[in-house]
Write a protein that binds this ligand. Structure first.
Ligand SMILES: [Zn+2]
Length: 175
């Protein structure tokens, strides 16, 4: 009986037979030419760059949420000291706690976490309409920047999910 020689994929360590040009698990052209191997490596590098960029954008969202939490905490504590705004203070402190909770949500489920935080933030902005609609345009530049960070975070969360799954098959370093 002839022993069939087997080789391991140098990318993901899957065993493949000598007839296989491509690894059936990760698609690496183990028995292909150098040019094909270079192309594969290049595509991996691109994916890792997308992942790296997505991580940066997710970090921006987390920083924004911490800033919002801190701002609402300070404002809430200040309101509490004034008799007239005591109940506003309680509401503002609750908002602060929700922003902190969102940070942990984003850590565990980036996409749903960011969307929830974004919706909550929008509702918070809209809530001033009942007091004074012109407040909606208060600090409009800052608000536009915040919206940009949220929107980029949402698209990055999608990229992060997609590309980390693609790279997982290779056991590629995620950091
Ligand atoms: Zn492989």
């Amino acid at each position: 009986m002839m022993e069939q020689s087997q080789i391991q994929c140098s990318k993901c360590k899957t065993t493949l037979s000598q007839e296989d040009i491509f690894c059936p698990n990760c698609g690496y052209p183990e028995n292909g030419g150098q040019e094909e191997k270079d192309k594969f490596d290049y595509r991996i590098k691109l994916k890792m760059n997308v992942l790296k960029d997505a991580k940066k954008k997710l970090k921006n969202v987390k920083i924004l949420l911490w800033v919002l939490a801190a701002f609402h905490l300070l404002a809430g504590l200040f309101y509490l000291t004034q008799e007239l705004t005591f109940y506003d203070g309680i509401g503002t402190l609750i908002a602060s706690i929700i922003f902190i909770a969102c940070v942990f949500w984003v850590k565990n489920q980036p996409l749903t976490g960011i969307m929830a935080a974004f919706v909550f933030w929008i509702l918070l902005q809209l809530s001033v309409v009942f007091v004074d609609p012109s407040l909606l345009f208060h600090g409009i530049i800052l608000k536009i920047i915040f919206i940009g960070i949220f929107v980029k975070g949402i698209s990055s969360a999608k990229d992060y999910k997609e590309f980390s799954q693609k790279l997982q098959v290779l056991n590629a370093p995620n950091e």
